[in-house]
Design a protein around this ligand. Structure first.
Ligand code: SAM
Ligand code: SF4
Length: 337
């Protein structure tokens, strides 16, 4: 074993014995949508110099993979609005030891980019889709065009992506009546589907989150009346709990940060577009990787040491509270969802 590898921690283990082998890497805070649960209408994006360059993002990915990370999910903001993203993806995908490079997108640019993403080595996609009704889709995203997203999904299928997962945030009074339609669409197209409870990240003006909260248990009950669901025993290591149907190969997942705490098995950390390493989605514990990247440019060892040291900051879990003002003032597009 080379000397350097011997002195390195073989894996990222936190104070609670959880192994971190999954990183969500945000490549931009910018977005071409303004989803009502994610950001305010008049959102201010970060000045460009604050955002990590593609080379810096690659250095971050390289450091994590050298520390035993096996999966990277590229996200944002909307990752596909980042110019020259395929340059980064190609290089991340080739990092020795990385088993899976995945990406979460709103689908608006997918018609143009599905082919380049597949060619770059992205293995799976999550595409957000909260409604199949054009007007409602526009209202939820404030500006989005449903037809473009559907064209993007078709392009992703044509590019050969398998197990595409749709993500739907369900809000009481906005789209909770579409749950069964979304399942029927996913079944017809062969997409997996995850329903996400809204999280109180950032203060928004469009609605009171306590009023729009719609628990996963109700979604599951609505689906089960039409399509009986069976829990899948195997765990994916992520926060989604998956179910299947007797007459379809697709999986239906539920991400329930409020009603079902998933922190005990948490295997992940996030890096914001500014290079802030966030140890928990629902807490502020963080380490400034950009300061290392820019203070000691090219020093991969310093970066790895900063990441290893940050593991001591990973808290036991989140503490979401819908009734009061959000404790987490950063928006999801800053967090890297
Ligand atoms: N722009 C891409 C997209 O929309 O898929 C990637 C980033 S987005 C922040 C990632 C996921 O977070 C999306 O599925 C989105 O619906 C979800 N999301 C955003 N804000 C949320 C919130 N406050 N609560 C729960 N999920 C949220
Ligand atoms: Fe943009 Fe995704 Fe946030 Fe919607 S959820 S505003 S698409 S970053």
């Amino acid at each position: 074993m080379p000397l350097e590898a011997q002195t390195e921690a073989p894996a990222l283990i936190d104070r609670f014995g959880r192994r971190v082998d999954y990183v969500r890497l945000s490549v931009t805070d910018r977005c071409d949508f303004r989803c009502v649960y994610c950001m305010g209408e008049d959102v201010q994006f970060l000045p460009r110099p604050e955002i990590l360059t593609l080379e810096e993002l690659l250095a971050v990915g390289r450091a994590f993979v050298a520390l035993g990370v096996r999966r990277i999910r590229v996200t944002g903001g909307e990752p596909l609005v980042r110019r020259d993203l395929p340059w980064l993806l190609e290089r991340l995908a080739r990092l020795p030891g990385l088993e899976e490079l995945t990406l979460t997108t709103n689908g608006s640019q997918l018609e143009r980019l599905a082919g380049p993403l597949a060619a770059a080595g992205v293995s799976r996609l999550n595409v957000s889709l909260d409604s199949l009704r054009p007007e409602r889709f526009r209202a939820l995203t404030r500006v989005g065009d449903l037809e473009r997203v559907l064209a993007g999904l078709r392009a992703a299928q044509a590019a050969g992506f398998k197990r595409i997962r749709l993500n739907a945030v369900i809000l009481q009074g906005r789209n909770e009546d579409e749950v069964v339609d979304l399942v029927a669409f996913a079944r017809a197209e062969g997409f997996d589907l995850a329903f996400i409870e809204e999280m109180p990240l950032g203060e928004i003006s469009s609605h009171a989150r306590s009023e729009t909260f719609h628990p996963s248990a109700r979604i599951r009950a609505d689906i089960a009346r039409r399509y009986p669901l069976w829990p899948i025993a195997e765990s994916t290591g992520g926060p989604a709990r998956y179910y299947q149907m007797a007459d379809s190969p697709i999986r239906v997942g539920f991400i329930s940060p409020h009603s079902q705490n998933f922190c005990e098995q948490c295997n992940r950390v996030r890096v914001t577009a500014q290079g802030r390493l966030l140890l928990c989605l629902g807490q502020e514990h963080s380490a400034d990787l950009r300061a290392v990247l820019r203070g000691q440019p090219g020093d991969d060892r310093a970066l790895r040491e900063a990441i290893v040291a940050a593991m001591a900051l990973k808290p036991r879990g989140h503490d979401f509270d819908l009734a009061n003002r959000p404790q987490i003032l950063r928006f999801m597009n800053h967090t890297g969802g």
